[in-house]
Design a protein around this ligand. Sequence first.
Ligand code: ACO
Length: 359
Amino acid sequence: MDMQIDDFVGAKTGLSHVDGEAGRLIIRGHDLEELAGQCSFEDAVKLLWSGVVAYERGAKDGIPAALGSARIAAFERQAPLLQQHHAKNQADTMRFLLGAEPSSDKLRESIDAVAAVGVAAALSTRHGLGLTPVKPDANASHAMDLLHMIRGDRSSDVEIRAFDTYLVAAIDHGLNASTFTARVVASTLAGLQASVLGAFCALTGPLHGGAPGPVLDMLDAIEGSGDPAAWIAGELAEGRRLMGFGHRIYRVRDPRADVLKAALKRLGTIGRLERAEVIEQAAIAALRIHRSGRRLDVNTEFYTALLLESLRIPRQAFTPVFAASRVAGWVAHIREQEGVGRLIRPQSQYVGDMPVRAA
Ligand code: ACO
């Protein structure tokens, strides 16, 4: 592996920091554990955006009210478009809906982008399952309303708190692939809508935000096999990756995994969680043998998958739901990058042939 490429620093940021050696995620001066499970998504947005993102509507009415009315407006823009759209999958529908969002950027509020991605996540989920859209409620919290718009039924307070924990835990994470994409697009001054759309596209791959759905597929297959250790050994022998394990930055356990596991326990999830813990230990042991020189541990997607499953969110919706949280981080990075005002344009290392010149 080329260390120059892995060590590349793509931005200076005051938003979040991933300490891969210590297993810490710091967001605006707070450890993740001080925020996830302790405050609402709206409070986390306020903290993350403070001094970085200008938002007139939220400043006057407060972020919960501004986000609520922005959800209504996003629904009115997006829901009619679904009549012309034949879904291939949820991510495809989200790209379609976010691509149709207005791009007159200078007039647009940052909060609209958060609402637009949340509403698109709910609409694409239901559209893909052949279900009719559920209208937003401007007076509900973002977590409560997204759950309602996705599932169509009312949630308990414990479920809303668990989903809020997830939304806060996923809000920002240093210069991950989708956030870096957002900053690259923003650095060209292409605007908020283009930057968010680019970030979403980067999120959808299985090595990033597309992992939690496959995590559940993997857990189902392992449970069905009746022999976790043999199943895992077979996958690794075939050169396949275990979904929900490994990370580019963390050399120890991903701190988000424990925050989400605590939320699962508060939800009262028992059987599936106990079986998953056995699988987790078997996977870590197998990975230690498979890659003895590199510590591979559980990442956030393993417990994300279990938590979202417990919340009865269909697995096809996991990537859209991830985007519904991470968009707040993208927006903060986009605005921070616009403030820098310099094009991101790294150099490449040419390893090809040189022209042969006649002497
Ligand atoms: N299963 C099996 N082997 C693995 C795994 C895994 N989950 N993760 C890494 N390895 C192996 C790699 O194949 C690599 O071997 P190689 O050099 O022979 O190719 C070796 O361990 C070292 O890999 P890293 O450099 O640590 O991994 P990298 O930084 O390239 O990839 C990634 C990180 C993409 C997350 C990887 O661990 C992976 O594919 N995991 C499974 C998918 C997943 O869980 N994605 C979600 C990530 S979290 C997020 O984005 C929110």
